[in-house]
Write a protein that binds this ligand. Sequence first.
Ligand code: ADP
Ligand code: MG
Length: 272
Amino acid sequence: MLQCIATVCYNYVCEKRNKSSTIASMRTNGASHRPILQIHDLTKHYEEGGQSRSILNRVSLQIETGEFFVLLGKSGSGKSTLLNLISAIDRADEGRVMIGDTNITALDEKRQTLFRRDHIGIIFQFFNLIPTLTVLENVMLPSELSGMSRHNIEQRARGLLERVGLADRADAFPDTLSGGEQQRVAIARALLHEPALVLADEPTGNLDEDTGRNVLRLLLELTRDAGKTLLMATHNPEIVPLADRVYRIQDGKLVQTVDHTPVVSVLQGNRA
Ligand code: ADP
Ligand code: MG
């Protein structure tokens, strides 16, 4: 049954493939009012040279299902730290991260790894593909232990590779691909298991402008079409007007940007 639903959703994503869609048209989806992520009083410091450096200071935030949330902040402000705490790659000093109904901070390391694998998709600035595996194997790898049949995983992986325009590179190794192509593989890998939450840490930070724009368009298209929640740390100003909400990390706190009208509110206003 679940497999059936996943297939239907996936076909829906594939159907949308050929429809021309500009970034602007992606604004029409927006979020529902069901929190997928709740952060309470998250605090993190690092020790450096015997001194304590505060990175995040009692940060709280709620992100709704389907929302596209952008996180800005100058280099070193703590964007990656926050994403790593959300995905439990790193441990907070204090505070709590709830993903859906799960308090991921309270899980032991093994359960955190399993939870991350099943419910979170992560896209990194430097792609993090495994050089000794082919493109197809890279996309399939995180889902291999998920209980999904290998046949189903491969089918979905090939479908996603087609979706990101790399069907003909399935057997290539990552070092034969351009940066943009590698990031498209990483996007396919992050989305294969239909994660509830997609975290993207400066996904275009290592790409030239045009390539970055294409990768962003693709990422937005795929996550929005599938109703996924996307939390993106970025320096790319082009993306800001397309987000539902934009926050900045400043002096260890999250501050909502004042010059941005949240798209969700605009849409709600139009409907009213
Ligand atoms: P951003 O992603 O916004 O550029 P980061 O979250 O990577 O910033 O880093 C925030 C600050 O925390 C930086 O000053 C960085 O040097 C420091 N930092 C990150 N990880 C560690 C670590 N493992 N040990 C010590 N300091 C760290
Ligand atoms: Mg970073």
